[in-house]
Design a protein around this ligand. Sequence first.
Ligand code: B4P
Length: 207
Amino acid sequence: MKIIVLGGPGVGKGTTSKIIRDHYNIPQISTGDLCREETKEDTERGRRIKAILDSGTLVPDDIVLELLKKRLGQPDAEKGFILDGYPRNISQAKALERITKIDFIFNLQASESTIIQRLSGRRTCRKCGAIFHTINIPPKKEGICDKCGGELFHRTDDQPATIRERLKVYEEQTKPLLDFYADKLININVEGTPESYFKKIVEFIEC
Ligand code: B4P
């Protein structure tokens, strides 16, 4: 089963994709994570990607496609996957069509104020990548991951100025995908708790 999870920055793509991953036992492939992984390399490319992430704009299509193809080539992706954050524009969607066929496309929807509140409180585990929120989904112990005991950090692109830029980039480049995928798009309102709307996702997959 191959799934795309679309939505604005911080709407909950990573949170939702991880729940789908755990339920169906298929890998969650986050292009944001793949890009952040590259920034750990002390290379010119790693530094260039870090500057782009910190600015809130999109990493160039050719770089993201290269990272994605490499990840999709790993054995665990043979039985299916969840694409979390890819595609982000029409050109990426066309590139994806040349690689594979997708079964379900979920579009997560929430208001701009919800998105800003979610991003400003997001905390991510440095070790296992689990996502928390200081108020909505707090860890049992402040600053510590419930799952692996790793340290939680505040992403550098979750600052107000960068959040505004990411929302602008979403409007201009990612939103046109909703028309591109109009025939297959499944809209999911994610204002509630992940548990409440996950049931709807399962219904669509299993009906
Ligand atoms: P991403 O890493 O894709 O992530 P995101 O849009 O910031 O957040 P997401 O929607 O996953 O929200 P989350 O679950 O964490 O993008 C980061 C950057 O990477 C981009 O700006 C871009 O530069 C680059 N990039 C990625 N893909 C690219 C591509 N294809 N091409 C080019 N560049 C690319 O949730 C946010 C917060 O809300 C968390 O704190 C969570 O706990 C909370 N939350 C989630 N669901 C909730 C709920 N139902 N109720 C309450 N709180 C909730």
